[in-house]
Design a protein around this ligand. Structure first.
Ligand SMILES: NC(=O)c1ccc[n+]([C@@H]2O[C@H](COP(=O)([O-])OP(=O)(O)OC[C@H]3O[C@@H](n4cnc5c(N)ncnc54)[C@H](OP(=O)(O)O)[C@@H]3O)[C@@H](O)[C@H]2O)c1
Length: 233
């Protein structure tokens, strides 16, 4: 697959480091020279250019700017039309104000940053993923943490897009767990802020919330009102 990144920072580098062996990658942003520098470090024929170049290139587009810049970056890439039909991965954590020790999440009328992004680019298929761990985790060679594979949570409204993301997670190779519809970004965003708060208080960058078992186990579910609210294991 072709994967375009808007942004050429830590997360773009970590994710591309894992995916470059199997997929073609392109970095785009406001400074083409910085995009070029990352493309050269990544190798494997990685491409680069402005935001619009990366979006046009990608079957999958990773929004890898600071969360405050996401909507400007979407505009710089050509606006909603440029994203029509694309799978868009929202990796961003809208943490309120780390400089003032506020590790809560920003609030959005849509419910979460992911949902706000989906409202801005309605013809894209938005998936929230890769927001829960530091960039050092994503580029780590081993998927093992405390004796078991890292389980990567993701959510989105389009099943086909989510299968693609699960496949990318498997390429890294981590285990994947579908949390449900995009509204569950309302849980993933503050969950990541727990990790961010720990990191800012001095915890190791490999700190993860890896509490989950990906494998299917027989569980008697009680009180669930809709299939969509049941975890897919
Ligand atoms: N770092 C982590 O460990 C981590 C983990 C999980 C999720 N995340 C999330 O991932 C996102 C990216 O984090 P990061 O650590 O990769 O950030 P980063 O290293 O600071 O890189 C940010 C990138 O965004 C670009 N950018 C900034 N403002 C822009 C704008 N207005 N338009 C277009 N591009 C712009 C920067 O380019 P310039 O150099 O030109 O400014 C840079 O390439 C954040 O939302 C963060 O919450 C980060």
């Amino acid at each position: 697959m072709n994967i375009g990144f808007i942004g050429y920072g830590n997360m773009a580098e970590s994710l591309a480091t894992k995916w470059r062996h199997k997929h073609a990658v392109c970095f785009g942003g406001r400074n083409s020279q910085k995009a070029k520098a990352l493309a050269e470090r990544i190798g494997h024929g990685a491409r680069y250019g402005k935001e619009a170049v990366a979006v046009k290139f990608g079957d999958i587009v990773v929004l890898a700017t600071p969360h405050e810049a996401v909507f400007d970056a979407i505009n710089a890439a050509g606006g909603p039309q440029a994203f029509a039909g694309k799978i868009v991965i929202d990796i961003n954590n809208p943490v309120a104000d780390v400089t003032n020790d506020d590790y809560t999440t920003k609030t959005y009328p849509a419910g979460s940053l992911s949902e706000a992004i989906a409202a801005r680019i309605p013809e894209a298929r938005v998936v929230k993923a890769f927001n829960m761990c530091h960039a050092d985790v994503w580029k780590r060679d081993s998927p093992r943490f405390d004796g078991r594979n890292l389980v990567v949570l993701y959510c989105g409204d389009d099943d086909s897009a989510k299968r693609t993301i699960a496949s990318l997670i498997g390429d890294m190779p981590f285990d994947s767990l579908d949390l449900g519809g995009l509204r569950y970004a309302r849980l993933l965003e503050p969950a990541a802020c727990i990790v961010i708060k720990l990191l800012y208080s001095g915890h190791d960058t490999l700190t993860v919330l890896n509490l989950l078992q990906p494998e299917k186990k027989p569980v008697a579910w009680q009180g669930a009102t809709a299939d969509a609210d049941k975890p897919r294991r």
